[in-house]
Design a protein around this ligand. Structure first.
Ligand code: SAM
Length: 156
């Protein structure tokens, strides 16, 4: 694999070999000694607390740095300056108002899950912990769904 900046754009559009692992993110990354071109994470980073996100990014940077690779994540984010509790109020309201097809039980189960397990960060925090982990650039590649979901690329 040639080593140059932005290689992940080619990796995504190619038939490059992919490896799929089923494991706890952090313990897998900590114990991994291979080099990677790309790590993809979809709607899962928000389940970690900020110190675990920061630690995971340090480990991913280590796995990606030899190939000038990239960590690509799609995830929900908090608005700029929004606290977790304000985010929870807003997202609970949004789900209760707009997810009209859910049964009351399914709605209660989902909103309970959000309160217990969802800890999205602001984009600024993700940028800060990405840069602190060693990534040389953190860029917003796509903003979707009223800004709630974003595709973020961190280049090692
Ligand atoms: C909202 S689902 C997203 C599933 C899928 N990636 C997608 O985009 O449709 C969040 C996923 O994160 C996984 N997850 C949460 N914490 C994890 C951890 N510490 N290690 C590995 N997976 C984790 C959960 O098991 C769940 O499958």
């Amino acid at each position: 694999m040639p080593s140059h900046r932005g290689i992940w754009r080619q990796v995504l559009g190619s038939t490059a070999q992919a490896q799929w692992h089923s494991a706890d993110f952090l313990s897998f990354a900590k114990n991994c000694r291979e080099d990677y071109d790309c790590v993809l994470m979809s709607f899962a980073m928000h389940h970690l607390r900020v110190h675990d996100k920061a630690e995971l990014l340090r480990e991913y940077h280590r796995l990606l740095t030899n190939s000038d690779g990239a960590f690509l994540m799609v995830d929900i984010v908090r608005k700029s300056g929004e606290t977790l509790s304000n985010y929870q109020e807003r997202s609970q309201y949004d789900v209760k108002t707009n997810w009209v097809g859910l049964s009351p039980d399914a709605l209660a189960s989902f909103t309970d899950h959000m309160l217990k397990y969802d800890f999205p960060e602001t984009v600024t925090t993700l940028e800060e912990i990405g840069v602190a982990a060693g990534f040389r650039s953190v860029s917003i590649e796509h903003v979707a769904d009223k800004g709630l979901s974003q595709f973020i690329a961190m280049e090692a």
